[in-house]
Ligand binder design. Structure first.
Ligand SMILES: Cc1ncc(COP(=O)(O)O)c(C=O)c1O
Length: 295
């Protein structure tokens, strides 16, 4: 329990991590595409973001390890923010992949800030591996988690950072002091209840999401010009529209909106040729989305 630092959201967590472990002008490595507030965070804190690509490998999305290795060598690179499972592509790091991240961080004295807010939404038969549990990352990681996503309680503003190393934890707390408010009691009780009393609900939700994911991925791949790899985790589908005939539409987002569908624009995540669909909705709504996009 002493490793846990409560934060009023995961977003404050990765912003505080940059303040704590970087000086102005330092480099923050970020896997892209990524959740827009993660992309924005380095510049909010006077640092330079360097983007590490996500590449298609064996029918899945994977971090470009060669690029991470090359960029981590820059002495100004102090922090790597990654997302596992990843928003928007839904990938989950295997043990070998996390080992590789850990080795690159250790070799280059880079601290890892791992946003694991989606870790209870693993849809395939995979095991989530928390960064803070990795022996090589014990003294160089901040793992961010919350019940927010899985149990839809983000409005209660209660998240936590797991920081095994005492010095890193003290530095993180010092950077948050006077700026980041303490979490509220309702959020703490809801988080405890979510993690200890809701297993049946959680299992039922996971089954529903698996059905939605499989239905949506198949339906999207049947639409000419659209392609998506089924997400092993999360409730998000990252749709490649680079081969789409846009007709009179100005861009991919305009094409979707002209059909009455408003996905998250890919440009916000770092790739204008994609869009992100959220399948954490009723099947009826998904069927309506598919019908509109197919029309
Ligand atoms: C990867 C990721 N991190 C953080 C958040 C937001 O977390 P919070 O509401 O706890 O700040 C989200 C929400 O979509 C997310 O997808």
């Amino acid at each position: 329990p002493s490793w846990i630092v409560w934060t009023p959201g995961v977003c404050p967590g990765f912003n505080v991590a940059i303040r704590a472990f970087c000086q102005a002008g330092d480099i923050v490595l970020i896997q892209t595409p990524n959740y827009p507030p993660i992309l924005a965070a380095p510049e909010f804190n006077d640092c330079t973001p360097i983007h590490i690509a996500t590449v298609e490998e064996n029918d899945g999305w994977m971090l470009d390890f060669a690029e991470l290795e090359a960029q981590a060598k820059d002495p100004k690179a102090k922090l790597f923010i990654m997302c596992n499972p990843m928003n928007p592509v839904g990938s989950v790091l295997s043990q070998a992949q996390l080992d590789r991240v850990a080795q690159i961080c250790a070799d280059n004295d880079v601290i890892l800030c791992s946003d694991e807010i989606h870790c209870d939404l693993i849809l395939d038969e995979l095991t989530h591996l928390p960064a803070g549990n990795h022996a090589q990352l014990q003294h160089r990681s901040i793992t961010l988690m919350a019940a927010n996503k899985t149990f839809n309680i983000a409005g209660l503003g209660t998240s936590f950072a797991i920081i095994p190393d005492t010095t890193l934890r003290n530095t993180f707390n010092a950077a948050a002091r006077g700026i980041v408010p303490w979490v509220n009691i309702l959020g703490l009780v809801a988080t405890q209840s979510a993690f200890t009393e809701c297993d049946d609900w959680h299992a039922a939700q996971r089954n529903y999401l698996i059905g939605n994911r499989d239905y949506l991925a198949k339906a999207i791949n049947a639409i000419e010009g659209l392609k998506a790899l089924p997400a092993p985790a999360t409730f998000l589908l990252w749709v490649d529209a680079s081969q789409l005939d846009l007709g009179t539409a100005k861009n991919v987002q305009d094409w979707c909106e002209s059909r009455g569908v408003g996905p998250s624009p890919g440009v916000d995540f770092g790739n204008e040729h994609f869009f992100r669909l959220n399948f954490g909705v009723s099947r009826d709504m998904l069927e309506e989305v598919v019908a509109r996009l197919s029309a």
